[in-house]
Design a protein around this ligand. Structure first.
Ligand code: NAP
Length: 248
């Protein structure tokens, strides 16, 4: 019998860095058992060691979410080991930016595969256990780009808009089983993903943000924590923007 049997189990993709790392920390602090998923096993091991030393219940699962079979098998293995999967956070995401007239097919396909198809695979693999339990929380990390679009990001914006449509459809299919599905749509947030932007672009972006600053991973994780809890049981099919007002 698993020692985590009394804790809710959360599966967080892209849990090794940035927003995903903050979500792992936050859900662990909410007393869940958290499975942190990413490709870099070493990075995950460091995160797990730190959180375990602080008294939290966390485990690492190194896999590439672009490999659908490995991802589905990973979700199933967690359900088998712990006998439950209560919260799924599809957070792993990539960018391959470029103007659309010059964009290669591969850059379009890779972004759709990681940002959208992987979320579909994980939702499908997780749903049965949630339906059986008549309790579940699916939280997909979209983006302001999926709401208002962004020049240079047709692939990324399409993947995130697709994620929003998929989440609303899943929400409708699973609502009768008390399983909710929602999106959190961050705006520009300080992580490795935005660190690559040149300083002059960062300044320009900041001028477009009503709150005049980038968000923090913790600010996104806070909303995920809320949606993952009992208090959010009457919220489904929604997109909650954490974007400093960009999409209002
Ligand atoms: P990040 O700092 O680049 O971290 C990405 C995370 O995803 C890492 O843990 C990475 O770990 C993992 N990952 C990437 N490809 C993966 C794969 N194929 N398989 C498994 N794991 C993979 O990104 P972030 O800024 O925290 O973004 C997190 C999410 O928020 C993404 O969905 C992103 O689109 C969204 N978002 C971010 C911003 C922003 O401004 N930062 C804004 C809006 C939305 P490994 O490399 O070890 O696999």
């Amino acid at each position: 019998m698993s020692t985590t049997q009394n804790k809710r189990v959360a599966f967080v993709t892209g849990g090794s860095r940035g927003i995903g790392e903050a979500i792992v920390q936050r859900l662990a602090a909410d007393s869940m058992h958290v499975v942190a998923v990413a490709r870099n096993g070493e990075k995950l091991a460091g995160l797990v060691a730190g959180l375990t030393a602080a008294g939290h219940s966390v485990e690492a699962l190194a896999l590439d979410v672009g490999d659908g079979m490995a991802l589905a098998a990973g979700v199933e293995q967690i359900i088998e080991t712990h006998g439950r999967l209560d919260v799924l956070v599809n957070n792993a995401g990539i960018t391959r930016d470029g103007l659309f007239m010059r964009m290669e097919d591969k850059d379009f396909d890779d972004v759709i595969n990681i940002n959208l198809r992987a979320a579909f695979v994980a939702c499908r693999a997780a749903a049965r256990s949630m339906i059986r339990a008549k309790w579940g929380r699916i939280i997909n990390i979209a983006s302001v780009s999926g709401i208002i679009g962004n020049a240079g990001q047709v692939n990324y914006s399409a993947s995130k808009a697709g994620l929003i449509g998929m989440t609303k459809s899943i929400a409708r299919e699973l609502a009768g089983k008390q399983v909710t599905a929602n999106c959190v749509a961050p705006g520009f947030t300080t992580t490795d993903m935005t660190d690559v932007l040149p300083p002059q672009i960062k300044e320009k972006v900041q001028e477009m943000i009503p709150l005049r600053r980038f968000g923090t991973p913790a600010e996104v994780a806070h909303v995920v924590s809320f949606l993952a809890g009992d208090a959010a049981g009457y919220i489904t099919g929604q997109v909650i923007a954490v974007d400093g007002g960009m999409s209002m």
